[in-house]
Design a protein around this ligand. Structure first.
Ligand SMILES: [Zn+2]
Ligand SMILES: [Zn+2]
Length: 339
């Protein structure tokens, strides 16, 4: 029987282990993808460290996947073998539950969890995915370069375009890491006056080259005061991993401003007076669906938005994961598969 190779997490905090398995056959509404590249995202710690209850092990992480369809299960319409496709965090949706029927397929009541968490992901030569999770990847987009657009990319692109900010508005991107370096590119190319906010000045030249028009160093400036001095932010894209840092910048919102929270930081304390006098809001944002990912890829291709990546061979997934967890990668980490 044909085989695949996978990096499994045998148990929480058990590390990654390379195994060989029988190649699975796609079930109803599923496709099988031969993986060309898979990004290594901080959310993979959910699976590797066992941070969510109810994950069954062994489990294959990975939710920034690009490859080609190499088998179709029954009842799959619209996709052909050989098509270039990807899969992101969203594991797909049913299409018939209450939320799906209202268009909120991201909150499907029947297909829950996430790729690489509740079902096996892309740290493997092959994976199965529901057709409703499958993203069409344009020709000309390199798999290794583009894989992070399917999580870090869609999350920042989609939060920004749903933030209520319009071209010319002041938008702050808080944090210059895996998410922020993409958020700055998307914000500038969506037409916003883009302010990068980060500690220290070592990344200033880089973020200006990515499109940032202004820069706030939180080591020397109060970010809320600095944004107010610019007129107040119509949107703040909060990518940082510190609740204190998010709280400190929330006062920089302008009238009708919205802070889009895409970094998971636990509890946040926000001054309610600061919100109500400005009719401002703090909003969480789910990354998006397969259709949102397709928009992200097309926009990125049209506007030359690119993730900066450190690339590791698939067999070195543990080293790649450790590099991602270190926080020192510039800026995303991607696994490349020998074709
Ligand atoms: Zn992710
Ligand atoms: Zn549903």
């Amino acid at each position: 029987m044909a085989k695949m190779r996978a990096m499994i997490v045998p148990e929480p905090r058990g590390g990654l282990r390379l195994v060989e398995r029988d190649l699975p056959e796609p079930g109803h509404h599923e496709v099988r993808i031969r993986v060309h590249a898979c990004g290594v995202c901080h959310s993979d710690t959910v699976t590797v460290e066992g941070a969510f209850p109810g994950i069954t092990y062994p489990r294959i992480p990975g939710h920034e996947v690009i490859g080609v369809i190499d088998a179709l299960g029954p009842d799959v319409d619209g996709f052909d073998i050989g098509a270039r496709v990807g899969v992101g965090w969203s594991p797909g949706y049913c299409g018939y539950c209450g939320n799906c029927r209202r268009g909120d397929t991201f909150a499907c009541e029947n297909v829950q969890g996430a790729t690489g968490v509740s079902r096996d992901g892309g740290y493997a030569t092959h994976m199965l995915a529901l057709a409703s999770a499958v993203v069409r990847v344009p020709d000309g987009l390199d798999a290794v370069e583009s894989a992070p657009l399917l999580c870090a990319g869609i999350t920042t692109f989609n939060a920004l375009r749903n933030s209520g900010a319009r071209p010319g508005d002041l938008v702050a991107v808080h944090g210059v890491g895996g998410l922020g370096h993409l958020g700055i590119q998307f914000a500038a190319r969506q037409g916003f006056r883009t302010v990068a906010v980060n500690r220290g000045r070592d990344k200033e030249a880089l973020v200006r080259s990515l499109g940032a028009h202004d820069y706030i160093d939180t080591n020397t400036d109060d970010p809320a005061k600095a944004l107010q001095a610019m007129g107040g932010a119509k949107a703040i894209l909060a990518t940082v991993t510190s609740a204190d840092a998010m709280q400190a910048i929330s006062g920089g919102l302008g009238v009708n401003g919205t802070m889009m929270v895409i970094g998971a930081v636990g509890n946040l304390t926000i001054d309610s007076l600061g919100l109500l006098f400005k009719r401002a809001s703090v909003r969480g944002w789910y990354s998006g669906t397969a259709a949102d990912s397709e928009d992200t890829l097309k926009f990125s291709q049209l506007n030359s938005v690119a993730s900066m990546n450190e690339v590791f061979p698939f067999e070195q997934a543990q080293a790649a994961y450790d590099r991602m967890v270190s926080g020192n990668a510039r800026f995303r980490v991607v696994l490349k598969f020998a074709s």
